[in-house]
Design a protein around this ligand. Structure first.
Ligand SMILES: [Zn+2]
Length: 323
């Protein structure tokens, strides 16, 4: 049953539910925000109140400030906001990431947030949620984005690290501080050498470990870290290069990202690993089918391309910005 006005509407402040008077991942200060996950393009400062998954609470406090008004709920736990049913469901993107299911007068919308279908050692596995309208991210919504098997990538990273370490070299892997860094830590064979985490990655690891997540052992990388510990180590850094590393140290640089599917992006590194915390092209199409949605709205990245493709397949689809 379709309401006369959309249950969720794209507004200048973000995705808005008028019936419940709340926003999902708002871009400007609002009273009530439902947050899909802790990345900075989804969780912003300035909201009077936040609702998110309970595993996301310490992440928001770390990134937005300890004094924020935040309420954490579990996956599948129903909460009612001004008469609208809201629940969060695993998105598989990062620790504490969630899809948002919104139900009002028999109509169900699901907002995917960022999501992936591949296994992750720390993020709860994605669960398709049946709905009438599905809002899907399309960051990597082109057929060229087809993620390799995770076990293959793990073996590739380990082989690269082992080979570099055997020459006494140091490996630097550039990765996002929240999500990707921890995923890489869980994918590699730590018996090869020590794992060192720089700056924001060490800080985020500390937050997550304090919250009870069983991360593999790591040490903080500091300018004072002795060269003997650097040799053969795997360094995780959100920056591509680390200027303070000794100049006589043999350093190999790699990146772990979905963008490494592009040769032009790989060129800047000694090694590149296609590891994405987003869904690939086939995963987007499979997920849309799994939800059984009769209407699909696309957002982020290739929203227009995916919407047009879905229309050609006979689906009721549009870019969220055009809806
Ligand atoms: Zn994200």
């Amino acid at each position: 049953m379709r309401q006369s006005s959309p249950l969720l509407l794209q507004t200048p402040r973000g995705l808005y539910c008028q019936a419940g008077d709340f926003y999902i991942d708002p871009t400007q200060a609002v009273d009530r925000a439902v947050i899909t996950h802790g990345h900075s393009d989804h969780a912003r400062r300035g909201m009077k109140s936040y609702v998110c998954h309970s595993d996301c609470v310490p992440i928001l406090r770390h990134r937005l400030g300890p004094g924020i008004n935040v309420h954490g709920i579990g996956y599948g736990q129903r909460t009612v906001i001004n008469g609208v049913d809201v629940s969060l469901h695993p998105a598989g993107h990062i620790i504490g990431s969630a899809q948002v299911r919104v139900e009002y007068r028999g109509e169900v919308w699901v907002v995917s947030g960022d999501y992936k279908r591949q296994p992750d050692p720390f993020a709860a596995a994605f669960e398709p949620v049946p709905c009438h309208t599905f809002i899907t991210e399309t960051t990597f919504g082109l057929p060229l984005y087809a993620w390799p098997n995770v076990d293959t990538i793990s073996a590739d990273i380990n082989a690269w690290w082992r080979q570099q370490a055997s020459h006494g070299h140091t490996c630097v892997v550039q990765a996002y501080a929240l999500g990707k860094a921890q995923r890489i830590m869980g994918m590699v064979d730590a018996s090869i050498g020590p794992i060192l985490a720089h700056g924001s990655i060490h800080a985020m690891n500390s937050v997550l470990a304090s919250a009870g997540h069983a991360l593999p052992t790591w040490r903080e990388l500091l300018p004072t870290t002795p060269a003997a510990l650097l040799k053969g180590a795997l360094i995780l850094s959100s920056a591509q290069t680390l200027d303070f590393l000794p100049s006589n140290l043999g350093v190999a640089h790699a990146a772990a990202s979905g963008w490494m599917a592009l040769a032009s992006r790989r060129a800047a590194y000694d090694a590149a690993f296609v590891v994405s915390d987003h869904v690939d092209w086939r995963g987007i199409l499979d997920t849309i089918a799994d939800t059984g949605a009769e209407r699909v709205l696309t957002t982020h990245g290739y929203a227009d391309v995916v919407a047009r493709y879905l229309q050609e397949q006979g689906l009721d689809a549009a870019s969220l910005h055009d809806a």
